[in-house]
Structures are given as structure tokens and as C-alpha cells.
Design a protein. Structure first.
Length: 441
């Protein structure tokens, strides 16, 4: 385990001990909040799958020590909020005595976009300009329009990149801004990944097979389309990984088995997807040199990596052609089960790590199962643990609380997504589990 991982884990344990210990008088008080008009949602109460809004973005301004939030409201407005704590924690820790009233934040900047905002991305797109340190924002609207905004929310361009019929909705999306261009003269690239679904059944628009995303690459300066990849362009008859692979096969744009780039794909783990906001895209470098023992050349990205509901997909950066994909089953939409895909035993293959809790009949366990073979690597109790567990279920740490809560097995517990701690000097990765009762294993 790296020293950094140890520090993070110790800090987390310390905070959990202070906050969750029942004998203390400490509690978490909400310091501020942002209010929305619930009438903007279809059911007038809360967002459903068909009218969910984009996840807020945290903007860290380290030189000034100020943090901000960029938030999409249900009525289609993009707003900038300065966090009033001067870059410190946004939640205050104080004695449980009622405390001060919660502050309702007012936006510092806003822009009406006229449509529901389903995704927001940020990044520096013009490294040669005088404003290289300033972020730009890409915004995807519910009607399939993509807009690029400056830091002060001025519109730089807007394009309709996909048609969204009234019978469908954007069920999954992600945006990524990169400073490198696809063509000479480009001032960066805006990438967008989108999957449409039917409003009535919430099923994918393409029947049969996997639910791939549509992917688009646009010049950040003009908004001109550089390439697009449709969700039905993936191959079903992938050549076996053991077949001879020539460099010209990859260069020609043919999709290959993910095991051809096994080390590159495993580097993309862990993978976790349980809701549409978990979809993300970014750039990386894949090479056959790395697969034969060389170091990856990450300073020169040549692929676009997509984490979606179907797993991990890799496209060639400059053409949009599929390089390879790794199917990973999504988490079941169940409040008492959380799962993540990672390589915890160092065999260069993904495993499924789950935290499962259930009141009746009582279930409270953490397990890891080999994705390919279905072989169980470990199965350990989380309610009455003996310590954190490694890839074989071996104890590594003592309990967070010395006294085991005798009511733990009967409580309606929930679990957080398991945390896999990777170390550079070890192929094996310990796994940490956290329950809502405050116990960490």
C-alpha cells in the first residue's frame, strides 16, 4: 500500500470516529444549501430518469484559495456559486445544540439556456492563449444541442449534434474537454458521449446486443465536427486475443479483443456504474509496447476511454474507430448492494467486488468474484469484522470501533461503494468496506 493511500485511509477513519461515535455530542450541520423549484420536474417533487439534471461541478481556484460550484437547475439555468467557506470544508462540525441557521446561497453568475441541462464538462482548451489557465464549459442540453461557454458563461458556439425524438430521452451522457486538437489548427477538442432510450420502457434505442453510446469529437474553436461514432458500429465477431496481431490491423481501425491491450485496459479500472452520472470519458495512451513490458507513454494520448453502463470502451482518438471494449455488468439498482470492478488479485483480469446488506433475512457481507470464472475470491462479514481484508479475505486492520454493536445484524444498514487501494509496488489490492453504522472493514 502506498504512503498516500495510508494517509487517506487514516484520515477517513479519524473523521468517521469523531463524527459517528455515539457517545460524543458532535454532529454535522448543513452550512449552506441551494434551493430549486420542484415544480420544474415532471412529477413536481423530484427528478426521475427522464428529467434528471447534470451533476454539479466543483471549481477549485488554488491561487486565490476559493472553491466554487457550477450548478444546473431544473428550469435550464446554469449558475455559478461561490462557496462561502473560503475554500475550506463546505460542511461544519459543531456541538449538537441547534447551531446557526443554514445559509441559502445566491448565484454569482447565471445563464438561461432554455432547455434542461443533462451534462456539464470543463477544461482548458487553448493552451497557447493568454487565458490558458481559465476553464471553458461544455453543456449538453436535453434536445441534443451542445454549447461551449467561456468562464463567464459567454456563448462561444452551439451545435445540434444528435436528434432526440419526443419518444426518447438522453439516458446517459458525458463530456470531456481536451487541449489537444484532432486537426492542425484546432484549439482543443470537445468530446461528447450520448445514449438515447425510449421514454416508455427506458430501454436502449437499439434492440439486441450491447447498449453502446454515440460519440462525437468537435473542434473547440469553431464547433465543427471532426468525427462521430454511432452506437451500432461495434463489431460482434471480435477476433480471439490469441490470434496473431499485426500493427497494421490496429491502424486500419478494426476492433480487437480487449485482451490484446490487457495492461492498458486494466489501468482503466476500477469501474463503477450504478447511475447515469457515473458515465465519464477521458484520454489515455495505449500501445503494444506496454503490452510487451514497456512503460506506457501517457504524455501522448492516442485513445478516448469511455466508462458507461456497459463497461469500458476505447476509441482511437483521431478517427473515432473502436479499438477494443470490455463488457462489465452494471450494478443492480438496489439500495442494499454496491459493487465495483477492479483487479484485486493481480491476475490482470477484472473482478466484481460487492458490499451486500439486507435486513430480512439478515445479510451483511463483502465479497469478490472473478468476472471470467465466477470463482469467489473472498466472502467476509461486514457487521462483525475482524479487520480490513485483502484479495484473499486476510485481516489487515483492526475494527474502527472496539465494541461491536450487538444490534448491527438487525439494523437496516446500507453500504458505500467498496474502495480498492492500489499500490505501485504490489499487484494485489486491499479492499475497504464502509457501513452506514460507521464500521469500516
Amino acid at each position: 500500500m502506498e504512503a498516500r493511500d495510508v494517509v487517506i485511509l487514516v484520515f477517513f477513519l479519524t473523521c468517521s470516529t469523531v463524527v459517528l461515535r455515539s457517545s460524543s455530542g458532535w454532529s454535522l450541520d448543513i452550512a449552506w444549501k441551494i434551493q430549486f423549484d420542484a415544480a420544474a420536474f415532471e412529477n413536481h417533487h423530484y427528478p426521475t430518469e427522464t428529467d434528471a439534471i447534470a451533476r454539479p461541478l466543483v471549481i477549485a481556484d488554488k491561487p486565490r484559495g476559493v472553491d466554487s460550484l457550477v450548478v444546473a437547475s431544473p428550469d435550464g439555468e446554469l449558475s455559478w456559486y461561490n462557496i462561502p467557506t473560503g475554500g475550506r470544508s463546505t460542511v461544519s462540525l459543531r456541538k449538537a445544540s441547534g447551531g446557526e441557521g443554514t445559509q441559502v446561497l445566491a448565484p454569482q453568475l447565471g445563464r438561461k439556456l432554455g432547455q434542461r441541462i443533462v451534462s456539464i464538462g470543463k477544461g482548458v482548451i487553448s493552451p497557447s492563449s493568454a487565458t490558458a489557465a481559465e476553464d471553458s464549459f461544455a453543456v449538453l442540453l436535453a434536445d441534443g444541442s451542445l454549447s461551449l461557454l467561456s468562464r463567464d458563461f459567454r456563448s462561444l458556439w452551439s451545435r445540434r449534434i444528435i436528434s432526440v425524438p419526443s419518444s426518447t430521452f438522453i439516458a446517459e451522457s458525458a463530456l470531456y474537454l481536451d487541449s489537444s486538437g484532432i486537426q492542425v489548427g484546432d484549439h482543443g477538442t470537445v468530446f461528447a458521449a450520448i445514449r438515447l432510450a425510449n421514454r416508455r420502457s427506458s430501454s436502449t434505442e437499439h434492440k439486441g446486443g450491447r447498449q453502446h453510446l454515440h460519440v462525437f469529437a468537435l473542434d473547440a474553436k469553431t464547433g465543427d465536427l471532426r468525427w462521430s461514432h454511432q452506437g451500432n458500429e461495434y463489431r460482434e465477431d471480435i477476433p480471439d486475443a490469441e490470434a496473431p496481431l499485426l500493427s497494421k490491423t490496429v491502424q486500419s481501425g478494426e476492433e480487437v479483443d480487449w485482451r490484446v491491450f490487457r495492461h492498458g485496459m486494466i489501468r482503466q479500472l476500477p469501474h463503477k456504474w450504478s447511475e447515469k452520472q457515473d458515465t465519464r470519458i477521458y484520454t489515455d495512451h495505449f500501445s503494444l509496447r506496454e503490452e510487451h513490458g514497456g512503460e506506457p507513454l501517457r504524455e501522448n494520448p492516442n485513445v478516448l476511454v469511455i466508462h458507461s453502463s456497459e463497461g469500458v470502451e476505447v476509441l482511437q482518438l483521431y478517427t473515432g474507430a473502436v479499438l477494443c471494449s470490455l463488457a462489465l455488468p452494471r450494478s443492480e439498482k438496489h439500495a442494499n448492494q454496491q459493487q465495483i470492478h477492479a483487479d484485486v488479485d493481480g491476475d490482470a483480469a477484472p473482478e466484481v467486488i460487492r458490499a451486500v446488506t439486507q435486513k430480512s433475512p439478515p445479510v451483511c457481507l463483502g465479497e469478490a468474484v472473478s468476472g471470467a470464472e465466477g470463482r469467489q475470491l473472498f466472502n467476509a462479514s461486514l457487521c462483525h469484522p475482524v479487520g480490513a481484508i485483502d484479495h484473499e479475505g486476510t485481516p489487515l486492520m483492526t475494527r474502527l470501533r472496539k465494541k461491536v454493536d450487538s444490534r448491527a445484524s438487525s439494523l437496516d444498514l446500507s453500504a458505500a461503494v467498496p474502495l480498492v487501494l492500489h499500490a505501485k509496488r504490489s499487484a494485489r489490492a486491499p479492499t475497504a468496506f464502509l457501513l452506514s453504522s460507521g464500521k469500516m472493514t
